[in-house]
Design a protein around this ligand. Structure first.
Ligand code: ADP
Length: 457
């Protein structure tokens, strides 16, 4: 099964660029409207009583930024940042033009030049210096305002209608300029962010491809390894049972070593194969009726011999309230319990290991694996579920046996089966793992049981 590549359909760079431009235009429209509307209202109160046609026009134009900003914002929200910003900029230019026409004499030429000068300087300056230009513009604006109104105490009597329009004009232009400076700064930041994000996306893509290749490689190699290993296991097992003739004691010991090592290797390869399947999203969970007693039998046969070797008492208890037949993936349920029980035995030298299986309400069932072993430090509770993660070697000699994959696989399997895994532990006292799975009783199925519960090789 090939997973769709999310990067081939659309250029991520393009996607990010458009999304950021939309946000930018909307941001500028919002800022302008927020600043200009109150000023326009104030200007209206101050200037309208003068009843000059110029003031009225300037006021209307100034106020008009609200609907225009709103329109531009709507267009940007629909995914067209370019037309939206053109509308906004053209409107600002109209304000500039009309206000310029309202002026007379030298101011008519000086004012647009002054604005132009600031804009060009703004464009030439480095982005991080933009705030300097904003300060410069404000200083010049205040200077002109002092000259034209005769002081800070605005409103005072304005000398003439054209002067009053000029004040409005400067007001609007200063705001437009500040908005423009904002656009420049934000745009530079956005560009830097776009580049960084693009690089990040490329890197993620490369990493994803490398990870996929690794998973495929592991899955393939594991298959290649498993086939000869199965032969080694089968023939050495037959030899050990004396199928090819009686073995003397030395040979018997040697063959036992071969069988044990081959079994261990088989487990490691199975773990690697499972993990690569999980990582590649290829692990499938079957949903079939199975008999709980068969699962318990398999679990016992795989971990009790190890516990007996260590002289560790073990108990497996199944609540009589559990349904005899369940629906789900018996092989994976077995694997989860065997992993947890195997760890419990591995990390316990004294005391006991206990497995309890019982219903939890009507919709869940609980598998609790408790030991009285060395325990796990609380700050490691999360880490031990990560692949290849083992706790310090000094904790136990038996650690050399593990790969650090068991709990990572267990957690993934539990989640794939729709369940949860929890952990409680105290150093030197013991550890309890609790797995909850969805409870679905099934009708008994005859005959098929033997085939299904064949352990995986
Ligand atoms: P490993 O193959 O090393 O057992 P696991 O993923 O199964 O890998 O476990 C990761 C680590 O978690 C182990 O190395 C061990 O330190 C710790 N651990 C797991 N189960 C127990 C337990 N029952 N008691 C104490 N430590 C445990």
């Amino acid at each position: 099964m090939k997973r769709p590549d999310p990067f081939v359909t659309r250029s991520p760079y393009e996607e990010i660029r458009i999304a950021r431009r939309i946000r930018l235009v909307i941001g500028v429209c919002n800022i302008s409207m927020l600043i200009v509307i109150p000023i326009a209202i104030a200007a209206g109160f101050i200037l309208l009583p003068l009843k000059t046609a110029y003031s009225l026009l300037a006021f209307c134009l100034c106020f008009g930024i609200a609907p225009i900003g709103f329109l531009a914002k709507k267009i940007a929200q629909r995914g067209h940042p370019d037309p939206a910003s053109y509308i906004f900029i053209i409107y600002l230019l109209i304000i500039l033009g009309v206000n310029t026409l309202l002026l007379s004499g030298l101011m008519r030429i000086l004012a647009p030049m002054f604005i132009l000068l600031i804009v060009i300087t703004g464009l030439m300056m480095k982005p991080n210096r933009n705030y300097l230009i904003a300060i410069l513009a404000t200083v010049i604006y205040i200077g002109i305002r002092i000259l034209t109104t005769g002081g800070y105490e605005f409103p005072i009597e304005l000398p003439s209608a054209s002067m009053d329009a000029f004040v409005i004009f400067l007001e609007v232009m200063a705001l437009a300029f500040v908005a423009f400076i904002n656009v420049l700064s934000i745009r530079d930041l956005e560009r830097a962010l776009e580049d960084a994000t693009y690089e990040q996306v490329q890197l993620n893509r490369a990493l994803q491809q490398a990870s996929d290749r690794k998973s495929q490689f592991t899955a393939r190699t594991s298959h290649e390894l498993r086939t000869p290993l199965s032969a080694i296991l089968a023939f050495s097992d037959l030899a050990l049972r004396g199928t090819y003739g009686p073995l003397n004691e030395k040979l018997q010991n040697a063959m036992q070593h071969v069988v044990n090592s081959a079994r261990h290797l088989n487990n490691v390869i199975n773990d690697l194969l499972d993990l690569s399947k999980i990582e590649a999203g290829l692990l499938e969970i079957v949903d079939e009726p199975y008999e709980l007693a068969e699962v318990v039998k398999t679990v016992k046969s795989s971990f009790l011999p190890m516990a007996e070797m260590k002289d560790l008492p073990c108990e497996v208890w199944v609540s009589p309230e559990m349904p005899a037949w369940l629906k789900g993936d018996s092989e994976r349920v077995t694997q989860v319990i065997v992993n947890l029980a195997g760890n419990a035995v591995k990390f316990t030298e004294q005391g006991r290991v206990e497995i309890r299986i019982e219903p939890m309400g009507r919709s869940k069932w609980l598998i609790r694996v408790r030991d009285t072993g060395i325990g796990i430090p609380e700050d490691q509770f999360k880490d031990i579920f990560e692949a290849y993660r083992q706790l310090g070697k000094s904790r136990s000699d038996s650690i050399a046996q593990g790969t650090g994959l068991g709990l990572a696989i267990t957690r993934n399997l539990v989640q794939l089966m729709g369940g949860e895994i929890d952990l409680e532990s105290e150093l030197g006292v013991g550890t309890t793992f609790e797995v909850t799975l969805p409870l679905r009783a099934a009708k008994p199925v005859e005959n098929k049981v033997e085939d299904r519960l064949e352990p995986a090789t």
